[in-house]
Ligand binder design. Sequence first.
Ligand code: UDP
Ligand code: MG
Length: 316
Amino acid sequence: MHENFNQARKGYFRVLSVIIPAYNEEEIIPQTASVIDGILSGENIEHELLFVNDGSKDRTWERIEEQAKAFPSVRGVCFSRNFGKESAIFAGIAEAKGECCVVIDCDLQHPPEKIVEMYRLWEQGYEIVEGVKSDRGKESGLHRFAARSFYDIMSNSVGFDMSRASDFKLLDRKAMNVLLNMREKNAFFRALSSWIGFKSTEVEYEVREREVGTSKWSTKALFKYALTNITSFTSAPMQIVTILGIIVFVVGMGASLEAIITFFEGKAQDGFTTVIILQCFTGSFIMMALGIIGYYISKIYDEVKGRPKYIIDKTV
Ligand code: UDP
Ligand code: MG
């Protein structure tokens, strides 16, 4: 299908690669493919749709194969197992043939018409077009609170507002290559794409309701995701250890002073309760500190092993 495209700089085609991570999305794949293909064809934008099947347990891959037969613009990559959305995005960037790419959710919660708007901004010379949520859609109270805390910590450590950030964005080939050359295994796409800089702008969009299927995130998965991403961007928790140490030291000085004074005053000591409490607190502080440090060491261990972010089983 690419013959008639003039092969642009560095062997990439002047096409837009739409990267669509999919995990157990069999019901919606046909709709996603035809809607996005329809919109982009209608606007005469040369494009490819790159589905990344993230080890789905349902018939997602069969659906993708069918779509690849039906639409010449559809390609698919199939992982050997579930590696997570971040890995799926990176695989998509690695496989993309275009001069720019857009990452979009498979469930059509990100409005596909916005791809056109992003592409036009790219044509005007912007290298990164961030999709920002105008509101966060329907979320329960607890979820909202957890999400807000996570984004506060992230915003502080990355140095810009992350609360409305999403994975829905357009990247120029330059930015794609920078991301591909990063050796980080725990790469947090959403933050990294802003961290790398380049000429960027924003497009606002409203999060839609999911039409079919359910959110693929369990609370446990989200918690793990938050922890991984916070620790991959900041070492602040390690500094908490130092601060805790200083606090315990100051309190310890006070307590020691009091003990010495009462000793010289010759008063009998009956502070056994105090001793127990202090023991328990210092003991638990030390354990927590070791836990935090241990977590970072395990991250270093993961990075050092240098295993691939994902393993591709087959493509279509
Ligand atoms: N997804 C994925 N791998 C996973 C979990 C999710 O590729 O392990 C994909 C999923 O198919 C969808 C996108 O990531 O295209 C967003 O997932 P979801 O809609 O479940 O998340 P939410 O919209 O609730 O944040
Ligand atoms: Mg969704």
